[in-house]
Design a protein around this ligand. Structure first.
Ligand SMILES: [Zn+2]
Length: 350
């Protein structure tokens, strides 16, 4: 069945039967499974990438369906975490590969645990904080990764091969990142640009995983579908200029290296406003395990509650909270961190 399934891909000579074998042996990490992640994960699944680990912190919402092509109305009704819904849909497409779902937030503390044995990281995130974290971890572990992002009708994409090509910080240094700039919350995003940027990410992934390194794009690709503009910004000379503290000096903004060479977080952000849905995420600074059933029993006295094996939803006044077993909570109905914290303290406890 395997040979027949991938026949058209094997007929493409730079991949061939040997490349297909390499794909089936490959392990990729997909960080974020929203709009880009939907398209990327489906394409990689159909292409026969042998092991795909999806990490995503959110649940499926109705306003995701406009562009997050993997999800269905039933996922919204069942309040499924995206990673769990994605695994279910992807495994129905290809049962011969391994798909792992982690409902979690990628942090400085946990990122290394996701990188063991990974051949390639794909960017499905929606924020630069996580991308810089990914960039530093990828440089430290010498794992290739592919940066991609979309907003409005435009997007950009760039493969990063540690030690060989410029990194994200070479091209977009921390200092140049737009602080609190436009997000898909304020500017929106169109479905077609997601498909385009994801297609670039997946094709670069196929090149890297099959060893076709000479074919990997050396440019930052910028596409504006609405304005019908495409640009390729050549980056070959950038790394030689040697101004990057991350890939040249291994000086990390989001990490510090301990004496045994492992990475340690500098104490990441514990609360942040989320892109796109009028909410704030709160994360405990230490590892905890919540008894969601017990919490549901308590919260039923002050508001309405629904519970599934992955999360608890709590509705009170004009607010809604989603609590995960690892202690992470998303408070909907506000973008003010202080307000979200006080709601949490009021109903869940400190
Ligand atoms: Zn760099």
């Amino acid at each position: 069945m395997t040979t027949h399934r991938y026949r058209r891909q094997e007929q493409f000579y730079p991949i061939g039967k040997e490349g297909q074998k390499q794909l089936l042996k490959s392990k990729v990490l997909l960080c974020g499974c929203g709009a880009l992640g939907s398209v990327i994960s489906e394409s990689l699944t159909r292409a026969g990438v042998g092991s795909i680990h999806i990490i995503d912190r959110d649940e499926v919402q109705l306003d995701n369906l406009q562009r997050q092509s993997l999800y269905r109305e039933a996922d919204v009704l069942q309040r499924l975490p995206k990673a769990v819904a994605a695994k279910k849909h992807l495994q129905a497409i290809n049962s011969e590969i391994t798909i792992t779902a982690s409902v979690a937030d990628l942090t400085a503390e946990n990122i290394l645990s996701y990188l063991d044995g990974v051949d390639l990281i794909l960017d499905g995130t929606d924020n630069f904080e996580t991308r810089y974290l990914l960039n530093e971890a990828a440089i430290h572990k010498q794992v290739p990764w592919i940066f991609g992002g979309c907003l409005e009708g435009r997007g950009q994409v760039m493969p990063i091969l540690p030690g060989r090509r410029p990194c994200l910080n070479c091209v977009l240094p921390y200092s140049s990142a737009p602080p609190g700039g436009e997000t898909c919350d304020s500017a929106g995003v169109l479905g077609p640009i997601v498909q385009v940027i994801a297609a670039f990410e997946v094709c670069e992934a196929l090149k890297i995983l099959t060893g076709n390194i000479q074919a990997v794009n050396r440019s930052l690709v910028v596409v504006d579908l609405w304005k019908n503009e495409t640009r390729q910004i050549d980056l070959t000379s950038l790394r030689n200029q040697g101004g990057c503290s991350v890939c040249r000096d291994k000086k990390y903004q989001y990490f510090q290296t301990s004496s045994n060479g492992s990475l340690r977080g500098k104490g990441g952000q514990q609360a942040k406003a989320m892109c796109g849905n009028n909410s704030v995420q709160l994360r405990p600074s230490e590892r905890v395990t919540l008894d969601l059933t017990e919490l549901a029993r308590r919260l039923q006295k002050v508001g309405s509650v629904s519970l599934n094996p992955y999360l608890l939803k709590f509705y009170v006044d004009d607010y809604e909270m989603t609590l995960f077993a690892d202690g992470r909570t998303i408070v909907y109905g506000t973008t003010e961190i202080g307000h979200a914290r006080s709601l949490y303290a009021q109903y869940i406890g400190c």
